[in-house]
Design a protein around this ligand. Structure first.
Ligand SMILES: Nc1ncnc2c1ncn2[C@@H]1O[C@H](COP(=O)(O)OP(=O)(O)OP(=O)(O)O)[C@@H](O)[C@H]1O
Ligand SMILES: O=C(O)C1=C[C@@H](O)[C@@H](O)[C@H](O)C1
Ligand SMILES: [Mg+2]
Length: 191
């Protein structure tokens, strides 16, 4: 990441903690936090789950692509993306450009065993309705290569409270000491 206001994007599956850790990271860095799911909800005037039901997933993905494009171009702080946003090719190119411009892209990773109790797999996550554990695994199999390819930093959030994960991410993006007594082996900083 280049000097100036830190620019960090968090990607990863539902339950990895993008929103929770993103807020904490923004506080640590003293910058603003933004979340594309919230941006989409504001634009649409309804909750993500309602957009899926009333307008359909393609419409949600269109709104999401626009929200991501706008935020990547204009938001100077920490940005959490929706879990599936990275599967859009336009968003993939935009993230590559973001990294080329000095931004950091963090893959917040989590196992099913830890994601399940966090997410609770209720109706608020429309893609997981039906057989939520199986759907989560399917989505992760499909998406993991993309998360890994786009990320400049990879942090596993299993077994760690959000504050510790935020410290790990902080260390990964600005090279600061992680603090909090966490195990550095949990963090893999990719070249
Ligand atoms: N490291 C963690 N340890 C324990 N609980 C966590 C951790 N990170 C997040 N949580 C909890 O898990 C739940 C889901 O977290 P969060 O909403 O931040 O995930 P997300 O990645 O933004 O999911 P989504 O893709 O659906 O937006 C929240 O209740 C949050 O408090
Ligand atoms: O994993 C996904 O595809 C999603 C994750 C959430 O953040 C929301 O963007 C929506 O529920 C879809
Ligand atoms: Mg979120």
């Amino acid at each position: 990441m280049t000097a100036g206001v830190p620019r960090v994007v968090l990607i990863g599956p539902p339950g990895s903690g993008k929103t929770t850790v993103g807020r904490l990271l923004a506080q640590r860095l003293g910058v603003a936090f933004r979340d594309t799911d919230a941006d989409v909800e504001e634009t649409a005037g309804k909750a993500v789950a309602e957009i899926f039901v009333v307008d359909g997933e393609p419409h949600f993905r269109q709104l999401e692509r626009e929200a991501v494009t706008t935020a990547l171009a204009s938001h100077p702080g920490v940005l959490a993306l929706g879990g599936g946003a990275v599967m859009d090719e336009h968003t993939q190119r935009a993230l590559e450009g973001y990294v080329a411009g000095g931004g950091a892209v963090v893959f917040l990773d989590v196992s099913l065993a830890h994601a399940a109790p966090r997410v609770g797999f209720n109706q608020s996550r429309p893609l997981l309705v039906g057989n939520p554990r199986a759907r989560w695994v399917e989505l992760m199999q499909l998406r993991r290569p993309t998360y890994e390819r786009l990320a400049t930093v990879h942090v596993v959030s299993d077994e760690r409270p959000p504050q510790e994960v935020a410290a790990q991410v902080h260390a990964g993006v600005v090279g600061a000491p992680a603090g909090g007594g966490e195990d550095p082996s949990a963090q893999e900083v990719q070249a």
